[in-house]
Design a protein around this ligand. Sequence first.
Ligand SMILES: Cc1cc2nc3c(=O)[nH]c(=O)nc-3n(C[C@H](O)[C@H](O)[C@H](O)COP(=O)(O)O)c2cc1C
Length: 180
Amino acid sequence: MRALVVYESMFGNTRHVAEAVARGLGPADAVRTVPVTQAHEENLSGYDLVVVGGPTHAHGMSRESTRHGAAEQAEKPDSGLTLEPDAESEGVREWLDSLPSGGGRAAAFDTRIDLAAVLTGRAGKGIARKLRKHGFELVADPESFLVDKQSALEPGEEDRAEQWGRSLAQQVASGSEEVR
Ligand SMILES: Cc1cc2nc3c(=O)[nH]c(=O)nc-3n(C[C@H](O)[C@H](O)[C@H](O)COP(=O)(O)O)c2cc1C
């Protein structure tokens, strides 16, 4: 199985989760992980599974204004946050909007604060909706990976992400055609 993991990340959490999902999906020579700023160069039809993840901002996918807000947060003295390269470039929302209609199998995830989803919102739901709109069949419900209030991944979340990647690979291998 060939898989592509596309991620957006301001502070690194979603990148770490994306890398863990990729480890779970399969061997490194079969799974490619790219930041969303490089995703335009990918031919999605060349993959058996496309996994897309981003941080939850203002209850959904980031926008230019929220990415700017995140950059300002990171620049504050003692924030303890480091901005990812190209953090203020386009996010998964804009990339997904620019995709031609296609098809194939996909899954969505987000990172968000460790509180009830009804309070935090979940970017993964919006990502999943846009993937479906572009003709993708989702092989799993969107998943969230949790950070604490200081924007650090909660313990065990990378392991859970790797496990989620393994379960996605099994889902694709078993040829399930469950549409969500
Ligand atoms: C501008 C901004 C808005 C945010 N809004 C939300 C939110 O509505 N719900 C939530 O759960 N987390 C929110 N967060 C927290 C991020 O989802 C969380 O820190 C995430 O792990 C960041 O991922 P990253 O390190 O890959 O950028 C927000 C963070 C920023 C910077």
